[in-house]
Design a protein around this ligand. Structure first.
Ligand code: GAR
Length: 211
């Protein structure tokens, strides 16, 4: 099974979705480590509750020294035998050094249909812009924020009366299905990077079932 390292900063509901997916015997990945940059992240409790190893590498312990912070994370992930890093609500921007070290083995989930709405506050910005569909994206990480080859996306409608919270919850429900789906594609070797694109090999019937 592909060994995952899940990086979190907070609540960890996407981590929970990955924990639940990995509990199925036929899922082709397992979580080797959950790493948080915040000691009080709720997601750490979810991991310990599921018997998964956890680590905290605090950016505050390396204040002003991003290189040292990232070197500590890198060493911790390597020691745990991590093969694929999944960013799941990890709210620190990673340097080109770190991204390069994990080239094509580092993925992120973002709460919008990229390339629309990079950055923060995506649900309010979708409402303000008046888009009729919103959603989430799983992509390979590149040094530029919220850029990189797209692995999978899920769209949700923007409905009359939505506020950012309601729309955000609809997107979050989609995220919880999308992230395990994307990890499965990679673990099965079916998401092949081809330049700036990801080619999906073979049928993906689980995607139809998801929507
Ligand atoms: C998720 O909506 C995720 O897409 C988003 O943060 C939330 C984390 O929730 N990520 C980003 O905004 C990355 N810039 P979670 O901790 O419950 O998974």
């Amino acid at each position: 099974k592909l060994k995952l390292g899940v990086l979190i900063s907070g609540r960890g509901s996407n981590l929970q979705a990955l924990i639940d997916a990995c509990a199925a015997p036929d899922f082709p990945a397992e979580i080797a480590l959950v790493l948080s940059n915040k000691a009080d992240a709720l997601g750490l409790e979810r991991a310990s509750g599921a018997g998964i190893a956890t680590a905290v590498v605090s950016h505050r312990d390396h204040a002003g020294d991003k290189a040292a912070f990232e070197a500590a994370m890198d060493a911790t992930l390597r020691d745990a035998g991590v093969e694929l890093i999944c960013l799941a609500g990890f709210m620190r921007l990673l340097s080109p050094w770190f991204v390069g070290r994990w080239q094509d083995r580092l993925i992120n989930i973002h709460p919008s249909l990229l390339p629309s709405f990079k950055g923060l506050d995506t649900h309010q910005r979708a409402l303000t812009t008046g888009v009729r569909f919103h959603g989430c994206t799983v992509h390979f990480v590149r040094p530029e924020m919220d850029e990189g080859p797209i692995i999978a996306q899920a769209a949700v409608p923007v409905l009359p009366g939505d506020d950012a919270a309601r729309l955000g919850q609809r997107v979050l429900d989609a995220e919880h299905k999308l992230y395990p789906h994307a990890v499965r594609l990679i673990a099965e070797g079916r998401a092949r990077i081809d330049g700036d694109l990801v080619r999906i090999e073979g049928p993906a019937p689980e995607l139809a079932a998801m929507l």
